[in-house]
Design a protein around this ligand. Sequence first.
Ligand SMILES: Nc1ncnc2c1ncn2[C@@H]1O[C@H](COP(=O)(O)OP(=O)(O)OP(=O)(O)O)[C@@H](O)[C@H]1O
Length: 320
Amino acid sequence: MIRLSGVGKTYDDGTVAVQELDLDVSAGELVVLVGPSGCGKSTTLKMINRLIEPTTGTIEIDGRDVTGEDPVKLRRGIGYVIQQIGLFPHQKIVTNVMTVPLLYGESKATARQRALELLDTVGLDHETYGDRYPHQLSGGQQQRVGVARALAANPPVLLMDEPFGAVDPVVRVRLQDEFLRLQRELGKTVVMVTHDIDEAVRMGDRVAVFAVGGRLAQFGTPAELLAHPADAFVEDFVGATKGLRRLTVTQIDRSHLEPVDGVATGDLGDTIGLDATLEEALAVILRSDKGMVGVRDGAQFVGVLTPNGIHKALRAALTA
Ligand SMILES: Nc1ncnc2c1ncn2[C@@H]1O[C@H](COP(=O)(O)OP(=O)(O)OP(=O)(O)O)[C@@H](O)[C@H]1O
Protein backbone atom coordinates (compact mmCIF):
# COMPACT_ATOMS: atom_id res chain seq x y z
CA MET A 1 0.00 0.00 0.00
CA ILE A 2 2.71 2.48 1.05
CA ARG A 3 6.28 1.76 0.01
CA LEU A 4 9.32 3.89 0.85
CA SER A 5 12.44 2.88 -1.08
CA GLY A 6 15.78 4.47 -0.27
CA VAL A 7 14.01 7.56 1.07
CA GLY A 8 16.36 10.07 2.66
CA LYS A 9 16.14 13.68 3.75
CA THR A 10 19.00 16.08 4.23
CA TYR A 11 17.86 19.61 5.14
CA ASP A 12 19.47 22.63 3.48
CA ASP A 13 21.71 23.25 6.49
CA GLY A 14 23.22 19.76 6.08
CA THR A 15 21.21 18.05 8.85
CA VAL A 16 20.63 14.44 7.89
CA ALA A 17 17.11 13.92 9.26
CA VAL A 18 16.46 10.55 7.62
CA GLN A 19 19.02 8.13 6.22
CA GLU A 20 18.10 5.99 3.27
CA LEU A 21 15.02 4.22 4.45
CA ASP A 22 13.08 1.22 3.14
CA LEU A 23 9.68 0.72 4.70
CA ASP A 24 6.52 -0.95 3.51
CA VAL A 25 3.06 -0.67 5.00
CA SER A 26 0.34 -3.10 3.91
CA ALA A 27 -3.26 -2.08 3.30
CA GLY A 28 -5.15 -1.91 6.58
CA GLU A 29 -1.99 -2.11 8.65
CA LEU A 30 -1.12 0.21 11.54
CA VAL A 31 2.60 0.96 11.52
CA VAL A 32 4.14 3.01 14.31
CA LEU A 33 7.35 5.02 13.93
CA VAL A 34 9.01 5.35 17.32
CA GLY A 35 12.32 6.67 18.58
CA PRO A 36 13.98 9.39 20.62
CA SER A 37 13.51 13.09 19.87
CA GLY A 38 15.03 14.33 16.62
CA CYS A 39 15.50 10.93 14.98
CA GLY A 40 13.47 11.77 11.87
CA LYS A 41 10.03 10.34 12.63
CA SER A 42 8.02 13.45 11.75
CA THR A 43 10.14 14.13 8.71
CA THR A 44 9.42 10.60 7.46
CA LEU A 45 5.69 11.05 8.01
CA LYS A 46 5.62 14.41 6.26
CA MET A 47 7.46 12.99 3.27
CA ILE A 48 4.57 10.55 2.76
CA ASN A 49 2.09 13.38 2.18
CA ARG A 50 4.73 15.63 0.64
CA LEU A 51 4.69 18.32 3.26
CA ILE A 52 8.44 17.68 3.01
CA GLU A 53 10.17 16.65 -0.21
CA PRO A 54 12.63 13.76 0.11
CA THR A 55 16.22 14.29 -1.05
CA THR A 56 16.55 10.72 -2.29
CA GLY A 57 14.39 7.71 -2.98
CA THR A 58 10.81 7.07 -4.00
CA ILE A 59 7.52 6.85 -2.17
CA GLU A 60 4.68 4.85 -3.65
CA ILE A 61 1.08 4.70 -2.51
CA ASP A 62 -0.95 1.97 -4.18
CA GLY A 63 1.82 1.54 -6.72
CA ARG A 64 1.83 5.23 -7.75
CA ASP A 65 4.93 7.31 -7.22
CA VAL A 66 3.74 10.24 -5.10
CA THR A 67 6.56 12.50 -6.21
CA GLY A 68 4.79 12.80 -9.54
CA GLU A 69 1.46 13.77 -7.99
CA ASP A 70 -0.03 17.16 -7.34
CA PRO A 71 0.59 17.57 -3.57
CA VAL A 72 -2.83 19.11 -2.96
CA LYS A 73 -4.64 16.27 -4.69
CA LEU A 74 -2.41 13.73 -2.97
CA ARG A 75 -3.27 15.08 0.48
CA ARG A 76 -6.98 14.64 -0.21
CA GLY A 77 -6.50 10.88 -0.06
CA ILE A 78 -4.47 11.09 3.13
CA GLY A 79 -5.90 12.07 6.50
CA TYR A 80 -3.47 13.88 8.78
CA VAL A 81 -3.79 14.14 12.55
CA ILE A 82 -1.34 16.23 14.55
CA GLN A 83 -0.83 16.80 18.24
CA GLN A 84 -1.67 20.49 18.08
CA ILE A 85 -5.02 19.49 16.54
CA GLY A 86 -5.42 22.82 14.76
CA LEU A 87 -9.15 23.32 15.33
CA PHE A 88 -10.57 26.70 14.34
CA PRO A 89 -11.25 28.33 17.74
CA HIS A 90 -14.16 30.52 16.63
CA GLN A 91 -16.08 27.80 14.85
CA LYS A 92 -18.37 25.23 16.38
CA ILE A 93 -17.17 21.62 16.55
CA VAL A 94 -19.53 20.50 13.80
CA THR A 95 -18.35 23.34 11.54
CA ASN A 96 -14.75 22.39 12.21
CA VAL A 97 -15.39 18.87 10.96
CA MET A 98 -17.55 20.08 8.05
CA THR A 99 -14.68 22.09 6.56
CA VAL A 100 -13.17 18.97 5.03
CA PRO A 101 -16.22 17.63 3.13
CA LEU A 102 -17.03 21.20 2.06
CA LEU A 103 -13.52 21.52 0.70
CA TYR A 104 -14.15 18.46 -1.43
CA GLY A 105 -17.26 19.99 -2.93
CA GLU A 106 -19.99 18.36 -0.83
CA SER A 107 -23.18 20.36 -0.32
CA LYS A 108 -23.59 22.03 3.04
CA ALA A 109 -26.35 19.60 4.07
CA THR A 110 -24.30 16.52 3.15
CA ALA A 111 -21.19 17.92 4.82
CA ARG A 112 -23.14 18.60 8.00
CA GLN A 113 -24.67 15.13 8.02
CA ARG A 114 -21.26 13.55 7.51
CA ALA A 115 -19.73 15.68 10.28
CA LEU A 116 -22.45 14.69 12.75
CA GLU A 117 -21.97 11.00 11.93
CA LEU A 118 -18.20 11.29 12.33
CA LEU A 119 -18.52 12.92 15.74
CA ASP A 120 -20.58 9.93 16.87
CA THR A 121 -18.04 7.56 15.28
CA VAL A 122 -15.21 8.97 17.42
CA GLY A 123 -17.33 8.78 20.56
CA LEU A 124 -18.57 12.37 20.79
CA ASP A 125 -22.33 12.56 20.93
CA HIS A 126 -23.11 15.16 18.27
CA GLU A 127 -26.11 16.52 20.14
CA THR A 128 -23.98 17.29 23.18
CA TYR A 129 -20.80 18.45 21.51
CA GLY A 130 -21.65 19.54 17.96
CA ASP A 131 -22.59 23.11 18.84
CA ARG A 132 -19.80 23.72 21.34
CA TYR A 133 -16.62 25.63 20.60
CA PRO A 134 -13.19 23.97 20.87
CA HIS A 135 -12.34 25.64 24.21
CA GLN A 136 -15.45 24.03 25.73
CA LEU A 137 -13.98 20.54 25.16
CA SER A 138 -11.30 18.69 27.12
CA GLY A 139 -7.95 17.96 25.47
CA GLY A 140 -8.95 14.37 24.83
CA GLN A 141 -12.27 15.41 23.29
CA GLN A 142 -10.53 17.96 21.07
CA GLN A 143 -8.18 15.21 19.93
CA ARG A 144 -11.18 13.10 18.94
CA VAL A 145 -12.47 16.00 16.86
CA GLY A 146 -9.06 16.04 15.17
CA VAL A 147 -9.47 12.36 14.31
CA ALA A 148 -13.06 12.95 13.09
CA ARG A 149 -11.85 15.73 10.83
CA ALA A 150 -9.04 13.61 9.44
CA LEU A 151 -11.57 10.88 8.63
CA ALA A 152 -14.02 13.30 7.03
CA ALA A 153 -12.75 12.82 3.50
CA ASN A 154 -12.84 9.05 4.03
CA PRO A 155 -9.17 8.72 3.10
CA PRO A 156 -7.72 5.22 2.72
CA VAL A 157 -4.53 6.40 4.43
CA LEU A 158 -4.20 8.15 7.77
CA LEU A 159 -1.00 9.76 9.04
CA MET A 160 -0.89 10.63 12.73
CA ASP A 161 1.90 12.62 14.40
CA GLU A 162 1.87 12.14 18.18
CA PRO A 163 -1.94 12.16 18.07
CA PHE A 164 -2.34 11.41 21.77
CA GLY A 165 0.69 13.36 22.95
CA ALA A 166 -1.10 16.28 24.57
CA VAL A 167 -3.35 14.39 26.96
CA ASP A 168 -2.75 12.86 30.37
CA PRO A 169 -1.77 9.17 30.62
CA VAL A 170 -5.22 7.88 31.61
CA VAL A 171 -7.06 9.66 28.80
CA ARG A 172 -4.26 8.65 26.50
CA VAL A 173 -4.80 4.95 27.07
CA ARG A 174 -8.54 5.44 26.57
CA LEU A 175 -7.96 7.27 23.28
CA GLN A 176 -5.57 4.54 22.16
CA ASP A 177 -8.16 1.87 22.86
CA GLU A 178 -10.89 3.84 21.11
CA PHE A 179 -8.70 4.40 18.11
CA LEU A 180 -7.80 0.71 17.89
CA ARG A 181 -11.49 -0.19 17.96
CA LEU A 182 -12.23 2.40 15.29
CA GLN A 183 -9.33 1.12 13.22
CA ARG A 184 -10.68 -2.44 13.37
CA GLU A 185 -14.01 -1.11 12.04
CA LEU A 186 -12.65 1.22 9.38
CA GLY A 187 -9.57 -0.73 8.29
CA LYS A 188 -7.55 2.34 7.30
CA THR A 189 -3.86 2.12 6.49
CA VAL A 190 -2.25 4.08 9.31
CA VAL A 191 1.26 5.41 9.90
CA MET A 192 1.63 6.92 13.33
CA VAL A 193 4.51 8.69 15.07
CA THR A 194 5.18 8.53 18.79
CA HIS A 195 8.18 8.76 21.09
CA ASP A 196 6.42 6.46 23.57
CA ILE A 197 7.49 2.83 23.19
CA ASP A 198 4.54 1.63 25.28
CA GLU A 199 2.14 3.31 22.87
CA ALA A 200 4.05 1.84 19.93
CA VAL A 201 3.92 -1.70 21.28
CA ARG A 202 0.28 -1.36 22.25
CA MET A 203 -0.95 0.02 18.95
CA GLY A 204 1.34 -1.10 16.17
CA ASP A 205 0.79 -4.14 13.97
CA ARG A 206 4.43 -3.42 13.19
CA VAL A 207 6.79 -0.94 14.77
CA ALA A 208 9.72 0.89 13.16
CA VAL A 209 12.32 1.89 15.75
CA PHE A 210 14.40 4.88 14.66
CA ALA A 211 17.77 5.74 16.16
CA VAL A 212 19.34 9.19 16.38
CA GLY A 213 20.66 10.30 13.00
CA GLY A 214 17.57 9.09 11.15
CA ARG A 215 18.59 5.43 11.00
CA LEU A 216 15.98 2.69 11.01
CA ALA A 217 17.24 0.36 13.71
CA GLN A 218 14.53 -2.31 13.45
CA PHE A 219 11.17 -2.89 11.80
CA GLY A 220 9.04 -5.73 13.08
CA THR A 221 6.04 -6.81 15.09
CA PRO A 222 5.96 -5.73 18.74
CA ALA A 223 6.56 -9.34 19.77
CA GLU A 224 9.64 -9.57 17.52
CA LEU A 225 11.09 -6.33 18.93
CA LEU A 226 10.60 -7.47 22.49
CA ALA A 227 11.89 -11.00 21.99
CA HIS A 228 14.68 -10.27 19.51
CA PRO A 229 15.90 -6.67 19.57
CA ALA A 230 18.21 -6.14 16.56
CA ASP A 231 20.92 -4.32 18.49
CA ALA A 232 21.88 -2.78 21.82
CA PHE A 233 20.07 0.47 20.98
CA VAL A 234 16.73 -1.27 20.38
CA GLU A 235 17.24 -3.46 23.42
CA ASP A 236 17.84 -0.38 25.54
CA PHE A 237 14.97 1.59 24.00
CA VAL A 238 12.53 -1.27 24.45
CA GLY A 239 13.81 -1.14 27.95
CA ALA A 240 13.67 -2.43 31.41
CA THR A 241 9.93 -2.89 31.67
CA LYS A 242 10.06 -5.31 28.77
CA GLY A 243 8.32 -8.02 30.79
CA LEU A 244 5.33 -5.79 31.41
CA ARG A 245 5.15 -4.72 27.77
CA ARG A 246 5.06 -8.35 26.84
CA LEU A 247 1.69 -8.54 28.58
CA THR A 248 0.14 -6.35 25.92
CA VAL A 249 1.33 -8.47 23.00
CA THR A 250 1.20 -12.02 24.32
CA GLN A 251 -1.93 -14.06 23.84
CA ILE A 252 -3.17 -16.60 26.29
CA ASP A 253 -1.88 -20.09 25.63
CA ARG A 254 -3.81 -23.23 26.58
CA SER A 255 -0.67 -24.68 28.17
CA HIS A 256 -0.75 -22.00 30.87
CA LEU A 257 -4.32 -22.67 31.91
CA GLU A 258 -5.36 -24.75 34.84
CA PRO A 259 -8.17 -27.25 34.42
CA VAL A 260 -11.74 -26.16 35.03
CA ASP A 261 -12.45 -29.31 37.10
CA GLY A 262 -13.97 -28.53 40.42
CA VAL A 263 -14.62 -24.87 39.58
CA ALA A 264 -18.24 -24.09 38.94
CA THR A 265 -17.97 -21.88 35.88
CA GLY A 266 -20.80 -19.70 37.10
CA ASP A 267 -18.60 -18.82 40.09
CA LEU A 268 -15.90 -17.29 37.96
CA GLY A 269 -17.59 -13.99 37.21
CA ASP A 270 -16.17 -12.32 34.10
CA THR A 271 -14.60 -14.63 31.56
CA ILE A 272 -12.41 -13.94 28.56
CA GLY A 273 -11.80 -15.55 25.19
CA LEU A 274 -8.65 -17.47 24.26
CA ASP A 275 -7.76 -14.68 21.84
CA ALA A 276 -7.35 -12.15 24.68
CA THR A 277 -3.94 -10.84 25.70
CA LEU A 278 -2.31 -11.43 29.06
CA GLU A 279 -2.89 -7.74 29.82
CA GLU A 280 -6.63 -8.15 29.36
CA ALA A 281 -6.58 -11.31 31.46
CA LEU A 282 -4.66 -9.55 34.23
CA ALA A 283 -7.10 -6.64 34.16
CA VAL A 284 -10.02 -9.02 34.72
CA ILE A 285 -8.18 -10.86 37.51
CA LEU A 286 -7.47 -7.57 39.26
CA ARG A 287 -11.11 -6.55 39.05
CA SER A 288 -12.45 -9.81 40.40
CA ASP A 289 -12.08 -11.07 43.94
CA LYS A 290 -11.57 -14.65 42.72
CA GLY A 291 -7.92 -14.14 41.84
CA MET A 292 -8.40 -15.94 38.52
CA VAL A 293 -10.32 -15.72 35.29
CA GLY A 294 -12.20 -18.32 33.29
CA VAL A 295 -11.09 -18.72 29.69
CA ARG A 296 -13.43 -19.64 26.85
CA ASP A 297 -12.86 -20.94 23.36
CA GLY A 298 -16.06 -19.67 21.77
CA ALA A 299 -18.80 -20.76 24.14
CA GLN A 300 -16.79 -23.56 25.70
CA PHE A 301 -14.73 -23.25 28.88
CA VAL A 302 -11.16 -24.39 28.35
CA GLY A 303 -9.59 -23.58 31.68
CA VAL A 304 -8.73 -21.03 34.31
CA LEU A 305 -5.91 -18.51 34.22
CA THR A 306 -4.32 -17.54 37.52
CA PRO A 307 -1.51 -15.04 38.29
CA ASN A 308 0.77 -18.06 38.41
CA GLY A 309 -0.28 -18.96 34.85
CA ILE A 310 0.43 -15.40 33.72
CA HIS A 311 3.87 -15.63 35.30
CA LYS A 312 4.57 -18.87 33.42
CA ALA A 313 3.29 -17.40 30.15
CA LEU A 314 5.46 -14.27 30.52
CA ARG A 315 8.57 -16.28 31.34
CA ALA A 316 7.95 -18.47 28.31
CA ALA A 317 7.44 -15.44 26.05
CA LEU A 318 10.58 -13.67 27.27
CA THR A 319 12.80 -16.66 26.72
CA ALA A 320 11.24 -17.67 23.38
N1 LIG B 1 13.47 22.55 8.53
C1 LIG B 1 14.52 21.98 9.10
N2 LIG B 1 15.77 22.40 8.84
C2 LIG B 1 16.84 21.80 9.39
N3 LIG B 1 16.76 20.73 10.22
C3 LIG B 1 15.55 20.26 10.51
C4 LIG B 1 14.35 20.84 9.97
N4 LIG B 1 13.28 20.16 10.44
C5 LIG B 1 13.78 19.19 11.22
N5 LIG B 1 15.14 19.24 11.27
C6 LIG B 1 16.05 18.34 12.00
O1 LIG B 1 15.88 17.03 11.46
C7 LIG B 1 16.01 16.05 12.50
C8 LIG B 1 14.76 15.19 12.51
O2 LIG B 1 13.63 15.96 12.88
P1 LIG B 1 12.19 15.33 13.06
O3 LIG B 1 11.25 16.44 13.41
O4 LIG B 1 11.88 14.49 11.90
O5 LIG B 1 12.42 14.40 14.33
P2 LIG B 1 11.41 13.61 15.24
O6 LIG B 1 11.99 12.24 15.39
O7 LIG B 1 10.04 13.70 14.71
O8 LIG B 1 11.55 14.38 16.60
P3 LIG B 1 10.51 14.72 17.78
O9 LIG B 1 10.14 13.43 18.43
O10 LIG B 1 11.33 15.59 18.71
O11 LIG B 1 9.36 15.45 17.14
C9 LIG B 1 16.23 16.85 13.79
O12 LIG B 1 17.61 16.86 14.06
C10 LIG B 1 15.73 18.23 13.46
O13 LIG B 1 16.40 19.20 14.21
